[in-house]
Design a protein around this ligand. Structure first.
Ligand code: G3H
Ligand code: 13P
Ligand code: NA
Ligand code: ZN
Length: 328
C-alpha cells in the first residue's frame, strides 16, 4: 500500500535502521527498486525530482508508482516529492497523491540562490501546515549541500547552490537546527555535512574533514527525536566507474559517500538516505557493456534488462547495509 513517510521513518527510528530513498524517472528504475524491495522484504521510498517530472511527466510518474503499489501489495511504498522548490510545487505534489514532500527552503525558488534563515522557516512552516492537515509528511532542509573541498554545490543535476558557498553554510548548525525544527514542526530534516549531488563528490576517499559524520552526532544530540536525512548519498562504487570506463565511457577519478559512513550516521538519527547517482552509474555501465558485446542488437528490452538488473543489485545492497531488509 501507499503509506505516509512519517510512518516508515518512525518505524525505522524505533528499530534503529535507515531507509534508502531512490530517485525514479522511468519504468525500469521503478521495477528495479520494487524487485529489490520484494526480494529483501524492505519498505520503499521512491522520490521524484522536478527533473523527473519534466522527463516523464506527472501522470506517468504517478501511474508508475501506482503500478508498483498494485504489483507489490505486500510492500509499503512512499511516494515523495524530492527538492520541492516552493510551497506551490509541494501543493501540486500533494494534489497528485504524493504521500510525502520535501520543501527545500535552503535555496530560493530558483534552486540556486541560498536563502535566508527566515525565508526557510517561513516556507517550510507553510508547507507543514498544509501537509499535516491531510496526513502528508514533510522533509525540510537546513544548510546547503556542497563540497567542503571546493565550496561548490556539485554539478550535473542542477539542484544546488550556484557559485562558491561560505564554509559555514556547508555544515548545518546544531543549535539552529533545534530552533528550525521547533519553529517548522517538520517531520524530517535534511542536513548539510559535506555531501553534494552527482558523481563528483570527493577527490579522494573522504575523511572526517570533508565528510562531517561528527556533525550528524552533534545535531542528533540536540534533536534526538527528529528524523535526519542525508542527501547526495550515493557511494559511487569504483567497480561501477570501472565498467563504464571499460566500455567507452569517460568518468574522471571520483569518490562517493562510503556505505560504512552512512551506517555510522544511521546510529545517530539518519533515517532517510537519498540515492540517485549509483542507480544511474549501474544502469549506464550495464547498457554500455551490453551494447559493446552485442553490437548487432537493437531491441531496447535487451539492454534495459541488464540495466534493470544492475540497478536492482545496488538497491538490494543498500537495503541490506542500512538494516532495512526484513522490515517491510
Ligand atoms: O536531487 C538530485 C537528484 O539526483 C535528482 O536529479 O534533478 O537530475 O532529476 P535530477
Ligand atoms: P546522489 O547524487 O548522491 O545520488 O544524491 C541524490 C539526492 O540527494 C537526491 O535528492
Ligand atoms: Na528529498
Ligand atoms: Zn538531494
Amino acid at each position: 500500500p501507499l503509506v505516509s513517510m512519517r510512518q516508515l521513518l518512525d518505524h525505522a527510528a524505533e528499530n534503529g535502521y535507515g531507509l534508502p530513498a531512490f530517485n525514479v524517472n522511468n519504468l525500469e528504475q521503478v521495477q528495479a527498486i520494487m524487485e529489490a524491495a520484494s526480494e529483501t522484504d524492505s519498505p520503499v521510498i521512491m522520490q521524484a525530482s522536478a527533473g523527473a517530472r519534466k522527463y516523464a511527466g506527472e501522470a506517468f510518474l504517478r501511474h508508475l508508482i501506482d503500478a508498483a503499489v498494485e504489483a507489490y501489495p505486500h510492500i509499503p511504498v512512499v511516494m515523495h516529492q524530492d527538492h520541492g522548490q516552493s510551497p506551490a510545487i509541494c501543493m501540486a505534489a500533494m494534489r497528485s497523491g504524493f504521500s510525502s514532500v520535501m520543501m527545500d527552503g535552503s535555496l530560493m525558488e530558483d534552486g540556486k540562490t541560498p536563502s535566508s534563515y527566515e525565508y526557510n522557516v517561513d516556507v517550510s512552516r507553510k508547507v507543514v501546515e498544509m501537509a499535516h492537515s491531510i496526513g502528508v509528511t514533510v522533509e525540510a532542509e537546513l544548510g546547503c549541500l556542497g563540497s567542503l573541498e571546493t565550496g561548490m554545490a556539485g554539478e550535473e543535476d542542477g539542484i544546488g547552490a550556484e557559485g562558491v558557498l561560505d564554509h559555514s553554510a556547508l555544515l548545518t548548525d546544531p543549535d539552529q537546527a533545534a530552533d528550525f525544527v521547533k519553529q517548522t514542526d517538520c517531520d524530517a530534516l535534511a542536513i548539510a555535512i559535506g555531501t553534494s549531488h552527482g558523481a563528483y563528490k570527493f577527490t579522494r576517499k573522504p575523511t572526517g574533514d570533508i565528510l562531517a559524520i561528527d556533525r550528524i552526532k552533534a545535531i542528533h544530540q540536540r534533536l534526538p527525536n527528529t528524523h535526519l536525512v542525508m542527501h547526495g548519498s550515493s557511494s559511487v562504487p569504483q567497480e561501477l566507474l570501472e565498467i563504464i570506463r571499460q566500455y567507452g565511457g569517460d568518468m574522471k577519478e571520483t569518490y562517493g559517500v562510503p556505505v560504512e559512513e552512512i551506517v555510522e550516521g544511521i546510529k545517530y538519527g539518519v533515517r532517510k538516505i537519498n540515492i540517485d547517482t549509483d542507480i544511474r552509474l549501474a544502469m549506464t555501465g550495464a547498457i554500455r557493456k551490453f551494447l559493446a558485446e552485442n553490437p548487432s542488437k537493437f531491441d531496447p528490452r535487451e539492454y534495459n534488462k541488464p540495466a534493470r538488473e544492475a540497478a536492482k543489485q545496488v538497491c538490494k545492497a543498500r537495503y541490506e547495509a542500512f538494516g532495512c531488509a526484513g522490515q517491510a
